[in-house]
Ligand binder design. Sequence first.
Ligand SMILES: Nc1ncnc2c1ncn2[C@@H]1O[C@H](COP(=O)(O)OP(=O)(O)OP(=O)(O)O)[C@@H](O)[C@H]1O
Ligand SMILES: [Mg+2]
Length: 204
Amino acid sequence: MLAKNPYRGKYVVFEGIDGSGKDTQISLLEPELIKKSIKYVRTAEPTTFLPTGLLIKALLRGRYNFDPRTTTLLFLADSHEHLRLKVIPHLKKGHWVISSRSFLSTLAYQTTLGVEEEFIESILDRLDFILPDTIILLDVDAETALSRKGKEKVKQIYEEKDFLENVRTAYLKFAKRFDFIHVIDGSRDPFEIAEDVRRILGFI
Ligand SMILES: Nc1ncnc2c1ncn2[C@@H]1O[C@H](COP(=O)(O)OP(=O)(O)OP(=O)(O)O)[C@@H](O)[C@H]1O
Ligand SMILES: [Mg+2]
């Protein structure tokens, strides 16, 4: 199915529902990478530098009521171009790539919206996606995650409790399938979580 990362650099992805703490943990990891003189790039999906990412952003803020399958195609298009244009070029140079989200978000969110897993997997196959070396799944219940996001002004269509609880369950299901997905309890103190992350990455 999906190919392993064949390049020199390490591809590390943070996953979890909205508000699970992905960006917080990436920010706590950055000083460690700098201390170790690891060349890296910080990035995210949906992208902010491609028109596909901008389209998705509009979709998430609006009430367009797209067919979940066409939304899925948009996410996968953005993810694929992100890999081609940013992730892979850095990996080829031996840089680490640290990303908030990946194809796994599409699997978790869009299957929760009723899209067939096979539909997504067939596209992942045909577009030659590569797998991250490590995915860190920050597991938090929807209520906790949403209460963290409560401070933000702009609400997105996926930020609804029952839906996010189902996405969480989907994430945990996929995590059992891949041995490179490490599930950690994201409800704890951010610094405790960051220590787990350093352990998973072999830093301590
Ligand atoms: N372990 C934690 N404990 C308490 N609050 C946290 C923790 N981690 C992050 N937060 C807070 O929760 C909010 C959301 O965190 P963050 O932006 O890192 O999540 P995210 O997973 O990147 O969210 P999104 O999916 O929306 O991008 C922020 O206000 C952040 O300070
Ligand atoms: Mg984030």
